[in-house]
Design a protein around this ligand. Structure first.
Ligand code: G3I
Length: 322
């Protein structure tokens, strides 16, 4: 085995490098487990901790998949960024179809946050407490939480999260990486939270390049810096780079452009002292939410045969020169 791994390079600078994982390949695929443990010192559950998965019925929580992931991480000395208790999407029918009153939904939200955060208390580094709260114009998205509870659902979620796990870092996560009305909305949101004494530690930059996100590393850099001025951490939480979104005459050129983008985002993160976590949204091209749509997106840094792509080599170079 090569002595060089992203994990080794990251550890030297007290940096977390990781990917999103699911329980099924973790259980079934030894190559998946080996590559994860060799290359990464952090992970984020892609789906297992979402509301629908972890809390499928009002009086039933299901921690089986997420426990498997957290146990794996602990066994291999990997940090866990936990994702994402309060989101508009992936809610079970018992939540979306019951027409709960404000008081009922507040009680449900509090129970949900407190049960899952206390279950993993001391075992995870951080939580994406609230995911994707914003519209593209920077206003708050009209999720069931917003519509039933009001804009204060975000403050309450963070306060209840803090009570349930006082040592976990608490993040807000969205695709608002560049400089635009959405990231201005995020800036105003977290600034207001801090002014109100709400325990928010950082902002996740999802970084789904080409599909949902801005892809200008210089804008990302500036956005990281203005959040640092508020005293906040930032992290890259869900990076992927489908080559179909990239310029290039052929596959080779697109893979080079993909490598450039992964390298540039890593570089920006390493350069900003408030960015200490870099997570990608899948391990290999066979384990990406994008691979099901059409073939050929090849968004990750390992190919379908678990071999490193030019983007992997580029990330190694960026670590080595930083
Ligand atoms: O597990 C069931 C399976 O039992 C069933 O047969 C199948 C039929 O549709 O669905 C499977 O669940 C799917 C699940 O992924 C696992 O593959 C869901 O339908 C599908 O909606 C779900 O998609 C996930 C999506 O979030 C919605 O939760 C993607 O994997 C996941 O990558 C994506 O992740 C999000 C982040 O959480 C937030 N930011 C954007 C990012 C990409 O959309």
């Amino acid at each position: 085995a090569s002595p060089i791994s992203l994990r080794h390079l990251a550890a030297q600078r007290n940096f977390a490098i990781g990917v999103a994982v699911n329980a099924t390949p973790l259980r079934k695929d030894p190559l998946y487990r080996d590559l994860l443990a060799r290359e990464f010192n952090a992970l984020i559950p892609e789906n297992s901790m979402k509301f629908q998965n972890i809390h499928p019925e009002r009086d039933r929580y299901d921690f089986s998949d997420s426990d498997e992931i957290v146990t794996f991480a602990r066994k291999h000395g990997m940090k866990v960024i936990a994702h994402a208790p309060i989101w508009f999407h992936q809610l079970p029918r018992w939540v979306t179809e019951s027409h709960f009153s404000r008081e009922e939904l507040l009680a449900i939200m509090k129970d949900h946050i407190q049960k899952i955060l206390s279950h993993y208390r001391g075992q995870v580094l951080a939580w994406d407490v609230v995911n994707e709260p914003l519209n593209s114009d920077g206003s708050l998205r009209e999720s069931i939480w917003f519509k039933t509870i009001g804009p204060e659902y975000i403050d309450l979620a963070f306060q209840w999260a803090k009570e349930a796990d006082p040592d976990a870092l608490l993040y807000i996560n969205d695709y608002a990486e560049g400089l635009n009305s959405k990231s201005d909305g995020m800036y105003d949101l977290v600034k207001g939270m801090l002014e109100r004494g709400i325990p928010v530690d950082g902002v996740g930059f999802q970084s789904h390049i080409g599909f949902l996100s801005a892809n200008d590393p210089e804008e990302v850099n500036k956005n990281m810096k203005r959040l640092q001025e508020l005293g906040l951490e930032v992290l890259i939480t869900e990076m992927d780079v489908p080559i179909t979104a990239l310029k290039g005459a052929d596959r080779e050129e697109k893979l080079a452009e993909q490598a450039r983008l992964y390298g540039a985002f890593l570089d920006v993160c390493l350069e900003n002292s408030n960015c200490n976590n870099f997570l990608m949204w899948g391990l290999t091209d066979a384990h990406s939410w994008l691979q099901g749509f059409t073939g050929g997106k090849a968004p990750m840094i390992f190919d379908r045969s678990y071999q490193p792509k030019p983007a992997y080599d580029r990330m190694v170079e960026v670590f080595e020169k930083s």
